[in-house]
Structure formats: structure tokens, C-alpha cells
Design a binder for this molecule. Structure first.
Ligand code: BES
Ligand code: ZN
Ligand code: ZN
Length: 474
């Protein structure tokens, strides 16, 4: 979608009005449309537009950025229904929200709300092609910058959604490494790709074990954005990149396996985040790390009962081949900590079904060894509405992942039935030596079973907006 910002209104197919109750009264609109939040109304326009699309925001004093995103996403659906190619939307201050807050939230809701994974549909694809944002002349310059920024972020959320939604065979570990190479070239990022041979030399036997059953080689991709060359400090964001999680020899049953191409959501979120930071010319120093493997059955696949030596020398017993995310993250994180010494490590992983049991699709679990880092992530989540909630990582949980014939085991506590989110995090945390670290279990938030406003059924692209917000202020 093409975005332009002007202080003067222009010609377009539809005029989009995000309406608060106070305004409806003033304009005498209340008789035809009571602008409750969530309601929309389309009417022929009396002037240069084909239609007016009204979307209710409720009371101005109760307006929030998320309500504006949602109202804008409902408006864009109406625009698509009447096949409006171009829309005008006027920004304004609203209750406690500034004109800038209003503009960025409206653009987010409008652009993300227009998203559909429709590349495999052969019928007509309808999208709004142009959005002209109207604003006061005093805010024009600032809102122009904000529009560029918001469009860059939203386009990358769509890039993440497209990459995760696509066929698992198309987005296999080797293909994603190639895609990362293309991103690196186009966005000016440094890239290092470790293949099977390099990982064998380095002793990354956990990543290798998980990827052993696949026709595709596992890969470890490291991308670097150096926004501030005068500083040697960098933050590592690490994403679980299981391109398809069949469960392995512990095969997942029907009802649990269908969406498992989303098990790379963490890796794609960190890829889209560093791509965004590069495109924004961000001053932050960040590295994105993607351990990529396919967890599939086959005669060479790793087996329950096997013991492997991790990159850091610890041995791990495999109780189930379906707890594979913690294995690839363990090798990736201990390697990054040792070789690159980042000031903080944040991992994102679709790690456990237990996270869905706990939070549904609305909140990601946050576990950390550092309260300050956890606080920063929490704040960024509140701002972007990609919300997180912290769970405790008490020492008792670490006891539960100790092995009998090995140092560690990949299934804890009553065969994994108790405290699954926490014991998963405890396993990963036992591979961090001293660096501030935070783990986000995104199993619930990364995939939606139905459309919800600007977040559509399927891959959500969760984490890109939150991470950009967090890393730019860190
Ligand atoms: N990728 C799954 C977790 C998952 C479940 C993600 C549902 C998204 C939606 C993960 O690898 C897995 O299978 N975890 C096991 C862990 C258990 C065996 C300790 C699980 O949650 O059952
Ligand atoms: Zn699994
Ligand atoms: Zn998995």
C-alpha cells in the first residue's frame, strides 16, 4: 500500500472517518450512526468521494491506540468490500492521544488490516492500493516521518506473515538461509551462515540431531546490524527456526500437526526485525540469530533415549523428539554468548503447547534472569499491544531438568505435564552463563485460529513491532 501525507484533502474513492461519539453529536450524525467502538457504516458521500466509511471509536476520552488500530482495520475491510482503490483518512488528536499517536495507530490498523495471505488464491485479489493521510500543517513534517516508519514496520510484519504462512517445503532451512542472504544484501547487513560441516566441527550436536531426519541441511544464520559503529555493544535476538515440527519419531497426531510450519515464527520474527532496523537506519546494534532445522521422521532421524553432547559440552538425554526447540536454542545461544559476548540475549520460540493452555492466543510468556531487561520488554509490549506476562524461574524448576544418565534431559517434571512453559525456559536458561537473558514463549500469539481486527488468521508476525520498539530504546 502506498502511503502519502498531506495537510490538504485530496480526491480518493473513499473517505474514511474514525468517529468518536462527541463528534457525531456535533455533526448531527448520531441519528444515522451511533459510533460505538466496533461499528461501521458506509454511505454515499455528498462530495468528491464515492463513499464515506465511518468506523466508531466510542468516547474520545476512552480512546486507545489499539482501539484506533482496530477501528481502522474494520474500515479497510469496508473499503475492500466496495473495491475502493484509494482512501483518505484524517488524523486528529483524540482524548489523551496526540495527532501523531492517532496517525501511527490508524496507519498500522489500516495497512495490517489489509493483509491477506492470498498468493495461492486464483480468484480476484482485492486490496486498497493508496492511503492519503490528512493532518494539520503544523504536524505535517513529523507525520511524514512517522508514515515512512510505520509503513516500513508494517511491510515487514507482512513479510514475516507471508514467510511463515507459505508451504513448509518452500521455506525449508536451506531456503530460509538463502532468503536471509538476500535480505542481508538488500538491507546492508553482515551475514554468516554455518552449514552442517561447520556445525559438526564446532560440536553443535543438538542442532544437528534435530535436523538429522530431514532432506534439508540444518543451518545457523547470524545477521548483524551495526547502527552505532562507535559502540561494541550489541543485543542478540535469537529465534527458534523449526521449519516444520512433525514431532519427529514422537510424531504429532492429527489435530496438532496441521499448523506446524509456524514453528519457525521466532526465527522469522528476528529476521524481519533486523531487516526493519536496517531499513529504518536505526542507531541500535543488534544481531539476529536463526537456528534452522526441520524436525521430521525418517530412517536417519534422532531417537528418544539418545544422548547428545551440546556445543557447551553438557550432555542431554532426548526423552521426546518433540521437545526440539529447546535443543536448537541451547546450541545457538551458548555459541553466541561465547563467540560474540552480546550485552543481552532475547530468544523467541514457539516452544510449548502449555503456553497456549496458560495464555491462549493473547499473551506471550516472558521468563528472564534479569528484571531490568524483562521490564523493557514488558513496556515495549504494552506500547505495541504485543503483550507479554512474566512467569517465575525459581531454582526448583532447574532441578526438574537434571538428567539421570546425562547432565540434562529435554522433558521435565511428571513427563512434561507440569509447568511446561517454565521448565522449557529453565532448560534454555541453563545454557546461558552470565548474560542478561529473556525468553519469550510465543506458541500462542504467533498463530491465530481466526481473524481478529488487524491480525489475521494464520501467521500473525508477532514480535516485530514489539522488538523494534524495545531495541530502539535499549
Ligand atoms: N512446536 C511445539 C510447540 C507448539 C505447540 C507450538 C502448539 C505451537 C502450537 C514444540 O516443539 C513441542 O512440541 N512442544 C512440546 C513439549 C513437550 C513435549 C515438553 C509440547 O508442547 O507438547
Ligand atoms: Zn516439538
Ligand atoms: Zn516445535
Amino acid at each position: 500500500m502506498d502511503i502519502s501525507v498531506q495537510s490538504r484533502p485530496q480526491k480518493a474513492d473513499a473517505n474514511v472517518i474514525l468517529l468518536v461519539e462527541e463528534d457525531a453529536l456535533e455533526k448531527g450524525l448520531k441519528a444515522v450512526f451511533a459510533p460505538e467502538f466496533g461499528k461501521t457504516f458506509v454511505k454515499p458521500s455528498g462530495n468528491e468521494f464515492r463513499a464515506d466509511i465511518l468506523a466508531g471509536l466510542g468516547k474520545a476520552k476512552e480512546a486507545t491506540k489499539e482501539k484506533i488500530r482496530r477501528a481502522a482495520s474494520l474500515a479497510v475491510l469496508e473499503a475492500k468490500k466496495i473495491k475502493a482503490d484509494s482512501c483518505v483518512l484524517h488524523s486528529r488528536s483524540c482524548g489523551k492521544l496526540s495527532e501523531e499517536d492517532f496517525a501511527s495507530a490508524a496507519m498500522e490498523g489500516f495497512i495490517l488490516g489489509d493483509y491477506a495471505f492470498d498468493k495461492y488464491r486464483t480468484d480476484e485479489k482485492i486490496h486498497v492500493k493508496k492511503l492519503a493521510l490528512g493532518c494539520s500543517s503544523k504536524s505535517e513534517r513529523r507525520i511524514k516521518n512517522l508514515a515512512r516508519r510505520t509503513k516500513t514496520i508494517c511491510d515487514n510484519v507482512a513479510f514475516a506473515r507471508d514467510t511463515i504462512n507459505d508451504n513448509a517445503d518452500r521455506m525449508n532451512p536451506e531456503a530460509i538461509a538463502v532468503l536471509a542472504g538476500k535480505v542481508a544484501k538488500e538491507s546492508g547487513l553482515k551475514i554468516r551462515v554455518l552449514g552442517k560441516k561447520e556445525m559438526e566441527k564446532l560440536g553443535m550436536n543438538l542442532i544437528l540431531a534435530v535436523g538429522r531426519g530431514s532432506q534439508y541441511e540444518p543451518k545457523l544464520v547470524i545477521l548483524e546490524h551495526k547502527g552505532n559503529p562507535r559502540s561494541n555493544e550489541t543485543t542478540a535476538i535469537v529465534g527458534k527456526g523449526i521449519t516444520f515440527d512433525s514431532g519427529g519419531i514422537n510424531l504429532k497426531p492429527t489435530g496438532f500437526i496441521e499448523t506446524m510450519r509456524d514453528d519457525k515464527s521466532g526465527a522469522i520474527a528476528v529476521l524481519a526485525t533486523i531487516k526493519t532496523l536496517a531499513e529504518l537506519g536505526s542507531k541500535a546494534n543488534v544481531m539476529a540469530v536463526m537456528p534452522l532445522a526441520e524436525n521430521i521422521v525418517g530412517s536417519r532421524a534422532y531417537k528418544p533415549g539418545d544422548v547428545f553432547r551440546a556445543y557447551n559440552g553438557k550432555t542431554v538425554e532426548i526423552n521426546t523428539t518433540d521437545a526440539e526447540g529447546r535443543l536448537v536454542l541451547a546450541d545457538a545461544i551458548s555459541f553466541i554468548e561465547k563467540e560474540y559476548r552480546p550485552k543481552a540475549i532475547i530468544d523467541l520460540a514457539t516452544l510449548t503447547g502449555a503456553c497456549l493452555v496458560c495464555f491462549g492466543e493473547y499473551v506471550a510468556a516472558l521468563l528472564s534472569n534479569d528484571e531490568k531487561l524483562a521490564g523493557k520488554i514488558f513496556e515495549a509490549g504494552q506500547k505495541t499491544y504485543e503483550r507479554v506476562w512474566q512467569l517465575p524461574l525459581y531454582d526448583e524448576y532447574r532441578e526438574e531438568i537434571k538428567g539421570e544418565t546425562s547432565d540434562l534431559k529435554n522433558l521435565a517434571y511428571n513427563n512434561g505435564k507440569y509447568a511446561g512453559v517454565i521448565t522449557g525456559a529453565a532448560f534454555i536458561g541453563s545454557f546461558v552463563e552470565k548474560t542478561p537473558w529473556a525468553h519469550l514463549d510465543i506458541a500462542g500469539v504467533s498463530w491465530y485460529e481466526k481473524d481478529r481486527f488487524h491480525i489475521k488468521k494464520g501467521a500473525t508476525g508477532w514480535g516485530v513491532r514489539m522488538l523494534v520498539e524495545m531495541l530502539e530504546g535499549f
